[in-house]
Design a protein around this ligand. Structure first.
Ligand SMILES: Cc1ncc(COP(=O)(O)O)c(C=O)c1O
Length: 376
């Protein structure tokens, strides 16, 4: 039987032809296709300005820069997310203030975030994880504490919250188009912004800070980066965007098949699964918390055994505060127990739109065997 990876982007012949046409046009870097892709995304987000960048990491970095975050500031973020979320804060010179997450949604615990606010807090940087973040709760948080919100929506392109697409509301919203995400441009990201002033700032910051002057020459006032998007990626993005909603529906269907297959499993109890009733969620991942004690084997041994059965399993994510970087700043185990438990027990099962329900059944059957087989 063919190996089943835990993620696989959908690439069809129309996409390959569109990319080939772009290559033939010889216009490869930022140009008309990038503008068209930004326009198509903007339409999806209720007409809000959108600017693309080479990755979501670049996008979040630029978002913090345009807000003016720097040394002496604090940014509140979850301890359980991808490393990028905290890395971009560290690179501004601001202090990363971690808070814990909810065990099932894996989203930031906003009550703990409230308690972490100080007069130095400039930004809340939460991740949409196993459920969409509540836009009203984020807006209320921003109002109450006078802070900006940068949503890390890397996993959430195609999600909806409060009846609208994630990105259509809120302050600044950052998406990723990495191949593991719900749609891909190979590498890439996009920022949804509040107005044209912010969009102009992103244009500067993503391309060396360059401004065009009336006499045709160029000037730089502040040093920008080199994060502009390529037209080859944009052309793929335009083609992918057409399928996004259909792919998210396929993800949801497959996720519900996982729930049906795992129903009644005494090892994988509901608290070990994502929330089942999860309106608007785009199901980028199907994560479980492994019952390590009853399994009698390590997660590594579990993943290796699944691999031997032809099934890929991922790990999302480590606890960021326990990386060498943050241990060096004094963080120790026990500080954020929920994030740490997720980091220890989590496993990401295969989920991508081209999978069949029989693949889900195959994963569940293999997992049932591996979880119960005694370690050698
Ligand atoms: C939660 C989260 N945030 C941010 C990123 C960064 O995205 P990119 O790879 O586009 O920089 C990722 C990528 O995996 C992610 O999973």
């Amino acid at each position: 039987m063919a190996f089943l990876p835990f993620v696989r982007p959908t690439i069809d012949e129309a996409m390959i032809a569109a990319v080939a046409d772009t290559l033939r046009s010889r216009w490869l870097t930022s140009g008309p296709r990038t503008a068209a892709f930004e326009q198509a995304l903007s339409q999806r987000f209720g007409g809000r300005p959108v600017r693309t960048l080479t990755s979501a990491t670049a996008g979040m970095q630029v978002a913090l820069e345009l807000i003016g975050v720097g040394p002496g500031d604090e940014v509140i973020t979850p301890a359980q997310s991808f490393f990028a979320t905290a890395n971009v804060i560290e690179r501004t010179g601001a202090a990363t203030v971690f808070v814990d997450v909810d065990l099932r949604t894996r989203n930031i615990d906003l009550e703990q975030a409230q308690a972490a606010v100080t007069p130095r807090t400039r930004v809340l940087l939460p991740t949409h994880y196993n459920a969409p973040l509540d836009p009203e709760a984020l807006a209320a948080f921003a109002r109450r504490h006078g802070v900006r919100v940068v949503e890390d929506a890397a996993l959430a392109i195609g999600s909806r919250a409060g009846g609208r697409p994630v990105g259509a509301t809120g302050d600044i919203v950052s998406f990723s188009f990495h191949p593991n995400k719900n749609m891909t441009t190979i590498e890439g990201g996009a920022l949804v912004l509040n107005d044209e002033r912010e969009a102009g700032l992103v244009e500067e910051l993503r391309f060396h800070g360059i401004r065009r002057l009336e006499d045709g020459t160029r000037d730089v006032e502040r040093a920008g980066s080199k994060y502009n998007f390529s037209d080859v990626s944009a052309r793929l993005g335009l083609e992918q965007l057409v399928h996004l909603d259909e792919w998210c529906r396929a993800r949801e269907r497959l996720a519900h098949h996982y729930f049906a297959c795992l129903e009644g499993d005494e090892l994988l109890t509901p608290e070990r699964l994502p929330p089942r009733d999860n309106p608007g969620h785009s199901w980028n991942m199907f994560t479980v918390l492994l019952p390590l004690e009853s399994m009698g084997r390590s997660r590594k041994a579990f993943i290796d055994a699944m691999h031997k059965d032809g099934i890929g399993v991922g790990i999302s994510y480590e606890a960021i505060h326990l990386t060498t970087l943050f241990r060096g700043k004094g963080f120790r185990p026990g500080r954020f127990p929920v994030s740490e438990r997720i980091a220890r027990e989590t496993a990401t099962l295969p989920l991508f739109p081209e999978m069949h329900e029989s693949d889900v059944e195959r994963v569940c059957a293999a997992m049932g065997r591996v979880l119960r087989r005694k370690a050698a």
